[in-house]
Ligand binder design. Sequence first.
Ligand SMILES: [Fe+2]
Length: 321
Amino acid sequence: MLVVDDDPAILELIRAQIGSDFDVVTTDDPTHAHELSQARRFDLHLYDLTMEPLPGLELLLLTLAGSSDAAVVLMTGEPSVDRAVEALRSGATDLILKPLRFDDLSASLWRALQKARARGPSAGLRIAAVHDALTRAVEAKDPTTHGHGDRVRHLCQLVGRSIALAAHDLEILDCAAALHDIGKIGVPDAVLSKPGKLTPEEFELIKKHPTVGDRILEPVPGLDAVRRCVVEHHERWDGQGYPNGRKREEISLPGRVLIMAEVFDALSHARSYKAAWSHAEISKFFRERAGSHFEPELTANFIDLVDSDFDAMVQSTSPKP
Ligand SMILES: [Fe+2]
């Protein structure tokens, strides 16, 4: 539960009173609260109405914009009918009065939690669950790729944040990273998990998976940018990749990040046809391919990340929502 009040004494009181019933995160900075609620999912939110620079009502609207079914309880020391109506119309689950009576507070929070649970998982959680299921369906076809989708998602977020990618692009990238290999469902298992070298005909089958993935996702509304990344994830900066031989900025920026993250994870883990590569081998690989396989500027940044935190990048797992 996220509790926000610009009075630290109130936060202390709330923590003392309900900290044994709820796992409580508190902050007296509403702007930081907004960042926290974007970074992780809370079951419950308790916001003071009168705060600077972000009043509780605005924080409520921002929270609901990120997760339309979030349970948000507001508290106020200046009750008025108008304010109560405005709060509830804006989507607050409840409004409680200060000074806080902790029996009332606790009852209100449990009610809000029950209401949220009765609604079932949020749209965001349902979509995340579908992503997970599809990722695992692909990985089940080739057990040596187990965990690849999760790790690529995490790596993409790491790289995306390090180059200050916009939040919208980070979201596209996360979805594309989860779904990038979905087209492998259309590739025979014997080809996917074949130990050793593929014949040219087998490689032609593999090369279809980005476009097959695009076709699988085509009926889903709102995924145009994600589908573009899925198609691009085996392209190269110099145009020598597949399936379309797109080059340089013809490849979207999230697509260029996904290309690097995907290759890093493939190299740093054993596959049916090869052992896991070492830090030095991978670093050298990226250095030699800056400007051919990968975008040069992104590669320089990526190598810095690899060299500073190789082991953590190899073991990457997606943060759970
Ligand atoms: Fe792929």
